[in-house]
Design a protein around this ligand. Structure first.
Ligand code: MEV
Length: 309
């Protein structure tokens, strides 16, 4: 049987603000989740029955697209879960890729759109940046205006997002994972509550949007000094929205003397931070000395792929 795999992602700029219509930029990374499977008497994952709670992304993905006989899916991932590295998007997209390859409906646009519906259903609130990045690979820029590299438009309720592919410089990025698993849904909901009642928080969301646009420009110009400064500013602003964590702040602090910049990535509240640096091994070591799990990852061109094996 063939296998389908999809990459994790890192948000470089704009997490949380993107849920409120601001732009965001993410890149695929060279850690992946793969899904293969065979027919079975009941829905299973890795040889055991599908669990309601733990397998919620896979279950929701199956409900969205699969009309065939029950399957036993074999899922392997090199992405730590609930870490801000897009493990939920990768398992959702790889599962959808496998199922739609099996029934002959595979298309990136369908997978990205259905993947977003799955995340929305499981998390209660989401933007399509994670699932589109895992589907398309490279870097993905999400904004409200149509621009070059346009991929597709995704709509939900009163929101509409335009997703674009972007080529950014090939980079090594250090990821510092706190090991604290923070769920995206409640974090997003807390920010929503804050933003609905607080003018300063609304301004912060706008400021993050401005930083994202500037960050994209700096990346296009290969101005890593500027990219790094903007990342660090983005980190501070996310802290004021209540999605920071003292360990993330510490990892950022020890990374900065050796880096262009550093920030939390993804939903925050634990999870991971990233550092942009020419000295990735040393930065990874500093984070590890503080008890964090560190990874040196690379930007990745490939999105969802089918491997006929
Ligand atoms: C999570 O990786 C990114 C958030 O902006 C939520 C989302 O966009 O769905 C926090």
């Amino acid at each position: 049987m063939f296998e389908c795999s999809a990459p994790g992602k890192l948000i470089l700029f704009g997490e949380h603000a993107v849920v409120f219509g601001e732009p965001a930029l993410a890149t695929a990374i060279n850690l992946r989740t793969s899904v293969t499977g065979s027919y079975s008497s009941e829905p299973m994952i890795n040889g055991r029955p599908l669990r309601e709670e733990k397998d919620n992304y896979v279950k929701a993905a199956m409900n969205q697209v699969w009309k065939g006989k029950p399957l036993d899916l074999t899922i392997r991932s090199s992405l730590p879960s609930a870490s801000g590295m897009g493990s939920s998007a990768a398992v959702t997209v790889a599962t959808l890729g496998f199922l739609t390859s099996l029934d002959g409906t595979f298309s990136k646009e369908l997978i990205a759109k259905t993947g977003f519906e799955v995340e929305y259903e499981v998390q209660g609130r989401a933007s399509p940046i994670d699932t589109t990045t895992s589907t398309e690979g490279r870097a993905v820029f999400l904004t409200k205006e149509k621009d070059k590299g346009f991929l597709w438009q995704i709509e939900k309720d009163d929101k509409s997002w335009l997703l674009h592919a972007r080529d950014i410089p090939r980079m090594k990025i250090v990821v510092g994972n706190t090991g604290i698993k923070a769920r995206t849904g409640p974090l997003v909901e807390n920010v929503r509550r804050l933003v609905s009642g607080d003018k300063l928080a609304r301004q912060t969301i706008k400021e993050i949007g401005r930083i994202t646009l500037e960050g994209l420009k700096a990346l296009r110009e290969d101005d890593l000094e500027r990219v790094g400064k903007l990342m660090t500013s983005n980190h501070k602003l996310l802290g004021t929205l209540g999605v920071g964590h003292k360990l993330l702040d510490k990892y950022v602090e020890v990374s900065l003397p050796l880096s262009y910049g550093a920030k939390l990535t993804g939903a925050g509240g634990g999870g991971s931070m990233i550092a942009l640096t020419d000295r990735p091994e040393e930065v990874a070591e500093r984070i590890a000395e503080l008890g964090g799990k560190s990874f040196v990852v690379e930007t990745e061109d490939r999105g969802v792929i089918v491997d006929e094996g």
